[in-house]
Design a binder for this molecule. Structure first.
Ligand code: ADP
Ligand code: MG
Length: 287
C-alpha cells in the first residue's frame, strides 16, 4: 500500500471510530483468517448481575453476605455482582486471590473458598448436592460461582452478563466475509459454549488460565492461519501482542489498548468488521 492510501484509509477508519495505532496493521488485518474474541467485557457488557443462589446447609442471604464480604477487594466483575446484591458486609480478615480460579478468605472466622469448579477440585472440595445446580447454571450460559465454607460446599451463585447488542451481527458479518470466529475465555466450558451457540461462534477455548490466552492464539493460528484477537482486559494484553492483529476495546483497560494495533473506540464488536472493510478497501485500491 502507498503511504497516501494508508493515510486515507486510517483517516476513514477514524471517522468510524476505529483507530489504527500502527500503519501496517491495515495490511495485516486483510490477511487474517480467524477473529478470536475475549468473552467478558468484549462480547458481553462486563457488568454481570446475580440472578439466583442455591445453598446447602446455609441460608441464602447469609451465604451471599459472606461471599460479598470476601470479594470486596477483588477486581473481578463477579465480585461487583455479589457486592451489589448483598447487604451488611463485613471486612474479611484475610484474602488471597487465586488467578483464574477465584479467592480464599476468612470472614467472621469461617474459611471461605469462592470461585469456579476448578478451584474446588484443586482444594479437594466435592460439589455434592450442589453439582446439579452448578451444571444447570453453566448450561444456561450463566457463570456459576461456588462457595465452600470450612472445607464443605455451601453455595452456588448464578451470575450473568448481558451479551452486547451488536455481538451476534458482528459474528454474522465476519462469517459473510469467510472468516472463522472464535472465543477465548477463562469462564467455565459449558457457560462459554452456551454463549458461543447463541452468537453463532465456531470455535471455543474455555477455562483458559490468564497466562494461557497467548498460547490459545498460537494454537488457533496453527489451525486456521493469521489471527486477529479482540480483547479488553489486563490479562488479554499478551494475546493482543501475540496476535497477527491485536484489537482492543476502547472501553477496556489501558494495558490492553497499549498492547493493541487497532482500537475500537465505541467498544462495539461490530467495529471489527468496519476495520476489516477499510483494510480490504485500501488494499484493493493499490493492488
Ligand atoms: P475471565 O476474565 O474470563 O472471567 P479469569 O481468569 O479472570 O477469566 O477467571 C476465570 C474464572 O475464575 C472466572 O470465570 C470465574 O469463574 C473464576 N474467578 C476468577 N476470579 C474470581 C473471583 N474473584 N470470584 C469468583 N470467581 C472468580
Ligand atoms: Mg474481558
Amino acid at each position: 500500500a502507498t503511504p497516501t492510501s494508508i493515510m486515507v484509509g486510517t483517516g476513514r477508519a477514524a471517522e468510524l471510530g476505529v483507530l489504527f495505532r500502527k500503519g501496517d496493521a491495515l495490511q495485516r488485518l486483510d490477511g487474517a483468517r480467524l477473529v478470536a474474541f475475549d468473552k467478558t467485557g468484549t462480547l458481553t457488557e462486563g457488568r454481570p448481575q446475580l440472578l439466583t443462589t442455591a445453598t446447602d446447609g446455609m441460608d441464602a442471604a447469609q451465604a451471599l453476605r459472606l461471599a460479598a464480604s470476601a470479594e470486596q477487594g477483588s477486581e473481578h466483575p463477579v465480585a461487583r455482582a455479589l457486592e451489589q446484591a448483598a447487604t451488611d458486609l463485613v471486612t474479611p480478615s484475610q484474602v488471597e486471590a487465586i488467578a483464574g480460579h477465584g479467592l480464599r478468605a476468612t470472614v467472621e472466622g469461617r474459611a471461605l473458598l469462592i470461585g469456579n469448579a476448578r478451584l474446588m477440585a484443586r482444594e479437594g472440595v466435592a460439589l455434592g448436592p450442589l453439582e446439579a445446580a452448578h451444571d444447570e447454571v453453566a448450561q444456561a450460559g450463566q457463570t456459576p460461582v461456588l462457595m465452600a465454607a470450612d472445607g464443605r460446599i455451601a453455595a452456588v451463585f448464578a451470575v450473568a452478563d448481558r451479551v452486547k447488542p451488536g455481538a451476534r451481527a458482528a459474528v454474522q458479518a465476519l462469517h459473510a466475509r469467510g472468516l472463522t470466529v472464535a472465543m477465548i475465555t477463562g469462564d467455565t466450558a459449558a457457560t462459554a459454549e452456551a454463549i458461543a451457540a447463541e452468537l453463532g461462534i465456531d470455535e471455543v477455548q474455555a477455562e483458559v488460565l490468564p497466562e494461557g490466552k497467548l498460547d490459545a492464539v498460537k494454537a488457533l493460528r496453527a489451525r486456521f492461519g493469521p489471527v486477529a484477537f479482540v480483547g479488553d482486559g489486563i490479562n488479554d494484553a499478551p494475546a493482543l501482542a501475540e496476535a497477527d492483529v491485536g484489537i482492543a476495546i476502547g472501553t477496556g483497560t489501558d494495558v490492553a489498548i497499549e498492547s493493541a494495533d487497532v482500537v475500537l473506540i465505541s467498544g462495539e464488536p461490530g467495529g471489527v468488521t468496519e476495520a476489516i472493510n477499510v483494510s480490504t478497501a485500501v488494499l484493493r485500491n493499490i493492488r
